[in-house]
Design a protein around this ligand. Structure first.
Ligand code: ADP
Length: 158
């Protein structure tokens, strides 16, 4: 039984992320999608807002991956959240490898560095999926920017 950990900010979870989950299911029995957050940045004042936003994001991802889980008794895709090092969380949940996506050269450079550190220093390997051309331009930050300016972003989201 192989468990993959797909960690990210997922703010928001896009169709590009959904495809990575789907493709990861071809090489893992279980995929844990984990929303990473920085506990240091969560002040007492913003705690409530933060928790309700995290809960909302979790529910959105749960809804998006529902079709992968429906045919099975045990869910194959599980949503979690964590703070701290991704590799520490990976060990805690007994993940066999990490999964990430790359859209372009700058993603590749960033992800390769991260993957090297995770393997050499923290002892966990990474599988990188190349984004399909139709998702290569899609980023959470672009979705946030478009939404903030009144555009309908529903075609970019699951
Ligand atoms: P982070 O802040 O950790 O980079 P993101 O939520 O932005 O988290 O992305 C999580 C992972 O998904 C990253 O590896 C990123 O490169 C990948 N990713 C994001 N958008 C896409 C996409 N459209 N296609 C493929 N991979 C993607």
């Amino acid at each position: 039984m192989k468990t993959a950990l797909f960690a990210g900010s997922f703010n928001p979870f896009t169709r590009g992320h959904l495809r990575i989950v789907e493709r990861a299911l071809a090489i893992a029995d279980k995929v844990i999608v984990a929303i990473g957050f920085n506990i240091v940045k969560v002040t007492e004042k913003s705690r409530e807002d933060f928790l309700s936003d995290l809960d909302k994001r979790k529910k959105e991802i749960e809804k998006a991956v529902d079709r992968f889980n429906k045919p099975f008794n045990e869910p194959r895709v599980v949503i979690e959240s964590y703070s701290g090092l991704t590799a520490d969380f990976a060990k805690k949940i007994h993940a066999d490898f990490l999964v990430r996506g790359i859209r372009n050269v700058s993603d590749f450079e960033y992800e390769r560095n991260l993957a090297d550190i995770n393997l050499k220093i923290l002892g966990i390997d990474t599988v990188l999926f190349c984004a399909e051309p139709e998702y290569g331009y899609l980023s959470s930050s672009a979705v946030r920017e478009l939404k903030a300016n009144g555009f309908d972003t529903s075609s970019l989201l699951p």
